[in-house]
Design a protein around this ligand. Structure first.
Ligand code: ADP
Ligand code: ZN
Length: 688
């Protein structure tokens, strides 16, 4: 009997050798999906190769599943590469890449969990994003019927010509499309996709969140009726399996999906589009910490496809790649139909005169709102903080309500009332008096969306309003319902967190108000400024997309901050060059590559000791001279869910040295269940 090695669908490190009964010899090949005995259970896995060493007690493959369930060779290789690059077990990558339970027998066991039992907790919510603004619902989009494609603007036409030429030449060709908000990037995606499909190819389109992209989805559906398949985290196992098979058989022209769709089987892949390529949600923050944009580029490189990364605010990584000549730059510098960019007014909230009617909404913003509402125009208000107030603080002793399990302050909510931890979900009633000194005067600091809603009800009674944040979008269709209410003008004001800043195209919106530009601005993270600039630019870009010009009012206590001033000037290039200069000076990506080693555990002394030990090993490492180390130090949030967190950052311009050191320090990553756990984050997007 021949021997095979298999990657088993489980987060266990390593490959496993099995005997392959002769009856399967004819149909088994690398990529074949197998049913296997594994421990005491039956599992599925993929055949990797025909090697292995005979030893007593080897088990036999139970079944080789039908060919259509196998992984095409390029995808098998992509999952292998991802496992190696992100230092994850191959089986864990495969679990993210393929629908669970494709075979009948295993289906019954696995439907509830959304993944094999015993999998890491992160995988069930593979596309849920960070702890705060996560879990989008996933509406089905009703296609609006045939829509005539607009005639491209000269800038769009130039980008389309370049992409068509790249597609015609074939081969790996990455492009970065920097297009200001409202410049019609989607039309460029659609035309490039049409060219790829005309040539018999398939297209992969990645979006940060499906629920927030119903318009993009509808535009693809209208252009490729019945040939667009959607991949997202809220598909039922059956839907996911069907989507996977349709793509695998080449029946679908376009796969549109969130980050795990980067692993969709596409035998004829010609074009990869990554919309809003700068979005941090492309990076999975737990479990398998992969970056879908980076994997997408890698995939295109391996199969010789054209890549189109699009954004109004490209990540500094992609911009650096364009500057170095690795990516072809494409630009859309103007909005379609000659529409002007919105005028941005920055309001200094230190000025008390601005806070006459409200502590939260300035005179300037209230005046602008009154004017727009009088003309029956629409308004988007953005505040990237949910809840009522970010903290409750005692005016006499200064005590702040904190989560007993996490080192963060508790957020006050009005609906349902009480204090809530945004990291672990803990709820408790809000105290009447200070729990420490019994002082009666508790102050609310840091307004959230619920507070703004209350203010709006007071100041604009009767004006219909939609609030969109994690607390109002827990239902499966709530995103769609809220966006639709606003689109159909049943509401005049759309108030919300970063969910309202995304690619929405509402022509009736003539005013965007940023309630506070400062949330996140001073987070102890090297990307805080970039992230703020991107959010401000994106949300500002929602204004003036119709016939009426748009206005933006940005409220801030730091009106001189470069992220604020550059966003007000629509100066993406200027912001990026200053920020790139800082990154070079202070040794942050993209000037260097970075790895975050995070240690966590319930016993602080043990975690600290392990972190010290790790740092000492790093210091003794042969590459210590080429790899800079920061820390070990308690993480910016030193404790979450009663687990203490320490961090050691490695960074170097020498990728080989950095990888060599990481590989030597990393063993133990997969050893789960120990008192101290090490998590390795390659190319982290945040270091909190
Ligand atoms: P963004 O660059 O912000 O992603 P969109 O792709 O959403 O912009 O396009 C903005 C609007 O402009 C959409 O309503 C789209 O239908 C419209 N549009 C795109 N291209 C053209 C064009 N060439 N002529 C007229 N309208 C266009
Ligand atoms: Zn907590």
């Amino acid at each position: 009997m021949p021997l095979i090695r298999a990657a088993v669908l489980s987060p266990v490190e390593g490959l496993f050798t099995y005997r392959l009964p002769d009856e399967f010899a004819a149909c088994a090949r690398p990529g074949s999906r197998l049913r296997l005995p594994f421990g005491r259970a039956a599992r599925e896995g993929f055949l990797v190769d025909f090697e292995g060493t005979e030893k007593p007690g080897l088990k036999s493959v139970t079944e080789v599943l039908p060919e259509e369930l196998s992984l095409p060779p390029d995808l098998l290789e992509l999952t292998r590469w991802s496992a190696e690059y992100y230092l994850a077990p191959w089986g864990e990558v495969l679990m993210a890449a393929v629908p669970s339970g494709v075979a009948k027998k295993s289906r019954a066991r696995r439907t509830d969990a959304g993944g094999p039992a015993g999998g890491p907790p992160g995988l069930a919510s593979a596309d849920a994003g960070g702890p705060d603004e996560a879990s989008p619902g996933a509406p089905r989009v009703v296609s609006p019927g045939p829509v005539a494609a607009p005639t491209p603007t000269p800038e769009q036409a130039a980008a389309i010509v370049a992409l068509e030429a790249a597609l015609a030449r074939g081969g790996f060709a990455p492009h970065l499309l920097e297009g200001v908000t409202g410049s019609g990037k989607t039309e460029v995606y659609l035309r490039a996709a049409e060219a790829a499909v005309r040539a018999g190819g398939q297209v992969l389109v990645l979006v940060p969140e499906i629920a927030l992209s119903p318009q993009l989805h509808a535009r693809f559906e209208a252009r490729f009726p019945g040939r667009t398949t959607v991949f997202h985290s809220r598909l039922t196992p059956r839907e996911r399996r069907e989507a996977w098979l349709a793509a695998r058989r080449g029946e679908t022209a376009v796969v549109l999906g969130v980050r795990s769709a980067v692993f969709a089987p596409l035998p004829g892949l010609r074009l990869v589009v990554v919309d809003e390529e700068h979005e941090p949600s492309y990076k999975q923050m737990e479990g398998l910490r992969y970056h879908a944009r980076d994997v997408a580029v890698k995939r295109a490189q391996a199969c010789g496809a054209t890549v189109l990364l699009g954004s109004a605010t490209p990540s500094l990584e992609s911009r650096a790649n364009a500057l170095r000549g690795r990516y072809v730059p494409l630009g859309l510098t103007r909005r379609v139909d000659g529409r002007p960019m919105p005028e941005v007014r920055v309001v200094d909230m230190r000025d008390r005169a601005q806070r006459r009617r409200s502590q939260v909404l300035s005179e300037a913003l209230l005046d602008a709102m009154g004017e727009k509402l009088g003309r029956d125009e629409q308004i988007i208000l953005f505040l990237n903080r949910r809840g009522f107030a970010s903290t409750l603080q005692c005016r006499s002793c200064g005590e702040v309500a904190r989560c007993p399990r996490c080192d963060v302050s508790l957020t006050l909510h009005r609906q349902p009332p009480g204090l809530r931890c945004h990291y672990c979900g803990r709820r408790e009633p809000a105290p009447e008096v200070c729990p420490k000194c019994s002082g009666p005067d508790l102050k609310l600091a840091g307004a959230g969306t619920q507070r703004v809603e209350t203010e709006l009800e007071r100041l604009f009674p009767g004006v219909p309003l939609v609030r969109m944040d994690l607390d109002t979008t827990r239902g499966r269709t709530s995103h769609r319902d809220l966006l639709q209410a606003f689109e159909e003008r049943r509401a005049s004001i759309l108030l919300g967190t970063q969910m309202v800043a995304k690619g929405h195209d509402f022509p009736g919106v003539t005013l965007v108000g940023v309630v506070s530009a400062d949330v996140g601005l001073y987070l102890p993270d090297f990307r805080a400024s970039e992230r703020t600039f991107q959010l401000l630019t994106q949300v500002a870009g929602r204004a003036g997309r119709g016939d009426q010009p748009g206005t933006v009012v940005v409220q801030t206590y730091f009106p001189e901050h470069p992220a604020v001033t550059a966003a007000a000037r629509h100066d993406s290039v200027g912001f990026a060059s200053a920020e790139l200069e800082e990154r070079r000076e202070f040794h942050y990506p993209p000037a260097v590559r970075m790895v975050s080693l995070r240690l966590g555990g319930p016993d602080e002394a043990a975690v600290r000791a392990a972190a010290g030990d790790l740092a000492a090993r790093a210091a003794r490492h042969p590459h210590a001279g080429a790899v800079e180390r920061l820390g070990p130090a308690p993480a910016a949030i030193p404790r979450i869910r009663n687990r203490y967190r320490y961090q050691l950052l490695l960074r170097s311009a020498d990728l080989r040295a950095l990888r060599a050191m990481t590989l030597d320090l990393a063993p133990g990553v997969a050893s789960r269940g120990r008192a101290v756990r090490l998590e390795v984050d390659i190319d982290p997007v945040e270091t909190l």
